[in-house]
Design a binder for this molecule. Sequence first.
Ligand SMILES: [Mn+2]
Length: 408
Amino acid sequence: MAARTLVLTLFLCVALAAVEKEPIQEYKSRRDHIAEKAKDGVVVLFALPEEDLVEYRQDPNFYYLTGFDQPNAILLIDASAKPARDYLFLKPRDLPQERWTGPKIGPGPEAEKLLGFQTVQMLNDFPEILKRVSANKTVHTLRENFDRVRGVVPGAAVEDVTPAIAELRQVKSPTEIALLDKAVQITMKGLHTAARTVSPDVWEYEVEAALEFEFRRNGAERPGYPSIVGSGPLSTVLHYDKNARRMEAGDVVVIDVGAEYSGYVADITRTFPVSGKFSPRQREIYQIVLDAQKAAIAEVRPGATFAKIHAAAFNYIKSKGYSQYFIHGTSHHIGLQVHDVGSTTRPMEPGMVITIEPGIYIPEEKLGVRIEDDLLITASGNRVMSTFPKEAAEIESLMSAAPKPKLQ
Ligand SMILES: [Mn+2]
C-alpha cells in the first residue's frame, strides 16, 4: 500500500510539473495576507467549474491564492482562528474517470503536503464547515459568488474580497517576476520569428502560426490573448485578430502578442514594414510613436501614476499634431491576466509590471503604428523587460538580415 501511494505521488508530481509553480509558501503567505484583511471573518473562493474551463484556465484569483489548477475546488480561510486556518475542498479521486482525463489530486494528507494546506478535505464537507466557522461572522468572497455563499449560509453578512486580492496581485513577488520574465523572453522569440516571416504576399495567419509555434515549443501554455497581426488598413484596428489578410509590399504590420507562461502573460507590440524598409512617411510616424514611448518610459518610477505616464506620451504626440490619432490609454498592469486587476489610479510601486504602448492610427493612410514594452517598476525607476529591438533602423536590419523561409 505504501509503495502504491508512493507511485501515485510520483505520478502526480510528474503530471503537475508541466506548469512551473511558485514555492507553496508564496501561496500560503498570500492567504495569510488576505486573512489579515478579512480580520475576524472567513474568506471563500471557488475554482471554476469544469464546464467553464477553457483549456483548463483556472480562475485567476483562486489560482493566485492556491496555485491549484483543477476545477470544482473551494478555498476557505478561517481568519478568526489564530493563526488563520485554511481549507481546500476537493472532489474525491475517480480512478476510472482519470483514465480519460488524467491524474487528479484528491483530498487527504498527500494533497495537504503537496499544496501546503492545513486541511484538504472532501468537497461535500464544505457546507457544514462553512456553517460552523462562519457563524456570526462576515464571509468575504468575490461579488459574483455572493448568491452561492448565501445558498449555504442564508442571512450571513457577505463582503466583496475582490479589491483586497487585486491590491495584492498588483505588486508582483520575485517568483512572479521570474515567470513574467520568462513569458517576455518567449514572446520575444516569437517576435524574432515573426520578423523573419513578414514579407509581401505572406498571409497574416502565417505570421501568427510561426510566432505561436515559437511560444509553444519554448514552453508557453498558449497565447495569453488572441494574437494580433494587422497589416495595411488593418494596422489601424486596435483589436484585430482575424489575421486573414495577405500582406502587400508597402504595408506596415502591427504585431501585438504575448505568450502565457505558467499562467503569466506578456504583452509586446512591434510594427514592421512588410517589404523590409519603412517609407519616409511610415518612418516619420514610427519615430513619433517611439519617441512618445521613450518619453513615457522616462516617467516610470515609484510614485508615478498612469495619468502622468499617459500624459507624457500623449503630450509628445500632441506636440507633433497627431493627438486625434492616439485613441487609447498608454498603460495597464500585466500578470495572470493580460489586462491585470487593480486600481488604475494607484501610484507605481516596486514590483508592479506594466505596459507602455502608445500608438498612432491613421485609417485614411492605412497606417497604424504601435510600440509596446513591458516594464518592471524598481526601487530606482524601471527595468524594461522586453528588450526586443525597436529603433527603426534596428527593425529594418533585423528584417534584412533574416532569411525568409518559404512556408508553403
Ligand atoms: Mn497591451
